[in-house]
Design a protein around this ligand. Sequence first.
Ligand SMILES: [Zn+2]
Length: 484
Amino acid sequence: MIASSVFRSVMVVALAAFVSSEATGQQRTAAPKNVILMIADGTGASAIAATGMYAGKLGKQVFDGPEWTKTWSSTYPLRTGENPASGPAGLAQDPNAVYDPAKNWDTTPVTTTTGQFADRFAGYAWTKKTAPDSANTMSAIVNGHKSYNNAINVDGNGQPVTTFAEVESRAGKAVGVVTTVEFADATPAAGAGTHNVSRAAHQAIASEMLNAGIVSVIMGTGNPNYDNDGVRRAAPDYGWIGESDWTALKAGTHKSGFKLIEDKAAFDALPSAANPPRKLIGIARSFNATQMYRRGAAPASETPYSVPRKSDVPDLPTMARGALNILDDDPDGLFLVIEGGAVDRAEHADNLGRMIEEKTEFDSAVAAVSAYLDANTNGNNWSNTLVIVTADHDHLLLGPDSDTVPFQDLTDKGAGKVPGYKWQSNSHSNRLVPLYARGAGAALVTGCARKNDAYTDGQGRHFGRGAYLDETDIFAVMNGTGCR
Ligand SMILES: [Zn+2]
């Protein structure tokens, strides 16, 4: 065992140097041993503020501490079209989609609409019309290239791009992805290093996650046998995994070697399991998300937790700690993607109550990861582990008077109270999102944040977030090269 592990380490070092220069063209001088990438899908500044206000911890959440480096990230797509295009035109950046403070914060009144929502100000209209989706944004984060909406780790031509999951896997590290939504949805699919010209190819993506040999831990929903309330279906729904993959997993005979768990109790046992499976896929007994789509009240008036949460599905902190307990058996290190996927779903439903629930669960996962590193669990701590907490993109959630007061912030009504708010859309925006980093190489974030978000309108009103990077820079930070 020792001899083979030494041999493996030597091989891994040689391979890591090769892979890094191939993938980035730069030496990974400061590459951290472990990278934990935490994505609260769709979570911009207002979602963070709403959750902080409700919790009575605005500005005092775990990622607000002085140990964390904070900046902002742009999330714009290569273009808003949803198909690859050939030739140089397919790789060209649409100049109007590029984040521009003057366009984003434009307070000129307008009378246009986007979908069912009045645009009200030119900035609202621009940020909605140029918004990215979760496929191209997560891909940009994990492969460093912009692409079209719908792209999973392919460029504007539809050609595969090397991902961080592949870089780390080839370097001998253990890779995993856990989420509160379907395991083959865009964000976990991109995080796991799959490639597809369309995020909608769920069965192919699921098969690639299982069979490509990149990831050894997968957790989420998409269970063919259960509906969104966890009720067993009369007939399976293979919307998120093909019948042959599912049948083999259920029989314990999948050629990938993945072991399937479904029971909440099995998820709950993982964080402290002495000998967990080396390759595990956990598919909770729910279809589209763990909690978000349970039956409930009218979205517009539902307050957090007023509809009891399901008790038969795992929560994100448990999935995160369970994944770490498996991945950290690899002495070479780990790369874990943790997604709070249903924050975005609640925002699409314009349901602030459930958005706060989902973001609160995500924040608990950040706390669980922090506690794991604080305790130097299995030798993993802040000196050998980089943690990034960010979003893939934002929505347009603003203050209660934002129809007339441009870009008004939410209004704090105290702990346990839903803040004053107004949805200005039921879909994504192109606004900057907050980014927090801590641990090995976190300071590289600062060097990447070279642009400045500032705008003063004709009435002398100042807007802007300050320094920001682009989400493609996160790839360089995780690689340990930073931006040069
Ligand atoms: Zn979305």
